[in-house]
Write a protein that binds this ligand. Structure first.
Ligand code: E4P
Length: 216
């Protein structure tokens, strides 16, 4: 499973990339609004760090505007993926862009049929938002399971990005289900590497090594 980082915060991207953990980046208007400066400049800086897909989202609600914005984003870097919300207008934009070989990520997906429609429209990626589904007392991971199953049934090549991840178990379950990608907030990425027994183990090894000191 590939790891994308779900952030526009360059220092976090640099750090995670230095451990080889960033196969791509997802941003959205909210994430970009938290950073200082021109969003295009931020995306450009990210694209210089990360070789893989960099997702930048459109904010128009009509197909024509979405396509125009998508093509503008593509001028920033050749590895931009145009992120488009799951609406009928969005599906038309995905179809139009796919005919021009522009990669797209259909975002704000909350059920398997939305994912299937996005795939039929030609989306390169679909992004089910698991945390936000959980927030309304439903199961986000069940939605992912259904999407993965449907895509397998019909040998659909669109990749599934598990998004709106809130905790490490979302990532574990995504990997067990065979989702292609988890897009992970930085704090969750850090927690994925941690275990109390690892910390206790390091502490014990260091304490024992103290006893060996001075022997040579
Ligand atoms: C994914 O592409 C989105 O940027 C993101 O995962 C949204 O997550 P949130 O529900 O934590 O805002």
């Amino acid at each position: 499973m590939k790891f994308f980082l779900d952030t526009a915060h360059v220092p976090h991207i640099r750090e995670a990339a230095s451990a080889g953990l960033v196969d791509g980046i997802t941003t959205n208007p909210t994430l970009l609004s938290r950073e200082e400066g021109d969003p295009r400049e931020i995306i450009l800086e990210i694209a210089k760090i990360v070789d893989g897909p960099i997702n930048a989202e459109v904010v128009s609600l009509e197909t024509e505007g979405m396509v125009r914005e998508g093509l503008e984003w593509r001028k920033v870097s050749e590895n931009i993926v145009v992120k488009i919300p799951m609406t009928l207008e969005g599906l038309k934009a995905i179809w139009t862009l796919s005919e021009q070989d522009v990669p797209t990520n259909c975002t704000l997906i909350f059920n398997p049929i939305q994912a299937l429609m996005a795939a039929k429209a030609g989306a390169t990626y679909v992004s089910p938002f698991v945390g936000r589904v959980d927030d309304i007392q439903s199961s986000g991971m069940e939605v992912v399971q259904q999407i993965v199953q449907i895509f397998q049934n019909y040998e659909i090549e669109t990749e599934v990005i598990v998004a709106s991840i809130r905790h490490p178990m979302h990532v574990v379950e995504a990997a067990l289900m065979g989702a292609d990608i988890s897009t992970v907030p930085y704090d969750v990425l850090k927690r994925l590497s941690q275990h109390p027994l690892t910390d206790a183990g390091i502490e014990r090894f260091l304490a024992d090594w103290e006893k060996v000191k001075g022997r040579s």
